[in-house]
Design a protein around this ligand. Structure first.
Ligand SMILES: *Cc1c(COP(=O)(O)O)cnc(C)c1O
Length: 368
């Protein structure tokens, strides 16, 4: 007799699985460690936590949880639009920018179409591609970074979308303004450009694509941003897409009416009022990246110069080094799943966390 499996969407069988960073509680339990003694430098989270203003606003919002959230998150959208010099009609909010990527899938991906991504792209793009039955076309990287001329060449009449994170996760590389411009101008107008800017706030001289959005110059461009990284609100799940009003209106059709909960709306609104917290985060990150890069150079460990809040380092046998670090209470991210089995990705922590991570790594490598 046939069972339900015969009815399941066929794409599910080969769907890649997203492997998140290990939670502190899990690791504490596994190794019999005090959770307070563990540091997590695995998911590019903000080592300073959320803004105190956001915490206060979220505590207050808890008391109103018997009410449905504002389904269009109008206050937050208005505030965010104002800060970006855009209209609220240029914005769509998601349960993390992950959900924005899924909206993209809903509106543009289906069996028979292709998406073009660079090698070492963010793990969610292949998942979204497979979820909607699209075919993933991976373009080999150059020096770990996106090869934009080759990505343009990979576009065929079947291409529905091009995905690019700038800076990229997990490599920390970034594409130049000229390369980005050539992408915008070289991609046919019927192909969506998904520019993932999850780490854009960490750059001192980011390629600013907001004027292009304001001018309506690229109706086939969507920027994805998030409160998870610079604002330290990864647990809140809030991201947003920035695009032309017509693309946004199309994506709004697939959005659940209450996808942004009231706590998230309150927390994000307050986070946007705190300009010190992102500045402090950026300053700490700049120091942390410099610290790791200098240390890796002096240890003769190859690394990829980073423009984000994490760094990729070649330790050799990444999964063993990851496990040894974890046993000593330092959680990092092994990169085997990205085809980089000799590498680890380390998120920037506080100066004390960075030093602990580095010292532990040095001990482990000396013992090996
Ligand atoms: C962290 C990250 C995001 C953010 O995801 P959220 O769902 O907003 O937490 C998006 N894209 C990339 C490349 C990332 O590294």
């Amino acid at each position: 007799m046939k069972d339900l499996s015969s009815r399941l969407t066929p794409f599910l069988a080969s769907l890649p699985v997203y492997v998140p960073g290990r939670p502190i509680e899990d690791v504490a339990h596994e190794h019999g460690l005090d959770p307070a003694s563990i540091i997590k430098l695995a998911s590019n989270e903000n080592p300073f936590g959320p803004s105190p203003k956001a915490i206060a606003a979220m505590e207050k919002a808890v008391r109103q949880l018997h009410l449905y959230p504002d389904g269009s998150a109008s206050l937050l959208k208005k505030r965010l639009a104002h800060q970006l010099g855009l209209e609220p009609t240029n914005l769509i909010l998601g349960n993390g920018s992950n959900e924005i990527l899924e909206f993209v899938g809903h509106v543009i991906l289906q069996p028979g179409v292709e998406i073009v991504v660079p090698e070492f792209c963010f793990a969610v793009y292949p998942i979204v591609s497979a979820l909607f039955g699209a075919r993933l076309v991976t373009v080999p990287a150059v020096d770990f970074g996106a090869n934009i001329p080759a990505m343009l060449q990979a576009i065929t009449p079947a291409t529905a979308a091009v995905f690019l994170a700038n800076p990229n996760n997990p490599t920390g590389t970034r594409s130049s303004g000229a390369a980005i411009q050539s992408l915008l101008d070289g991609v046919p107008r019927d192909v969506l450009i998904v520019m993932d800017e999850a780490y854009v706030e960490f750059l001192d001289d980011a390629v600013d694509l907001l004027p292009a959005i304001r001018a309506g110059a690229y109706p086939n461009l969507i920027l994805c941003r998030t409160f998870s990284k610079i604002h330290g609100l990864a647990g809140l799940r809030l991201g947003y897409g920035i695009a032309s009003p017509s693309l946004i209106a199309t994506m709004e059709k697939v959005r659940q009416p209450f996808n942004i909960n009231s706590i998230a709306q309150a927390g994000a609104l307050a986070a946007l009022e705190d300009f010190d917290h992102p500045t402090r985060t950026r300053d700490n990150n700049r120091l942390g990246i410099a610290y790791f890069q200098q240390a890796f150079a002096s240890l003769s460990l190859p690394f990829v110069p980073s423009y984000a809040n994490f760094i990729l380092v070649k330790t050799g046998n990444g999964s063993a080094v990851f496990a040894a670090l974890q046993k000593r209470g330092v959680i990092t991210r092994p990169m085997g799943g990205y085809g980089l089995p000799d590498w680890l990705r380390i998120s920037v922590g506080t100066p004390a966390e960075n030093a602990r991570c580095l010292n532990t790594l040095r001990e482990i490598l000396a013992e090996a």
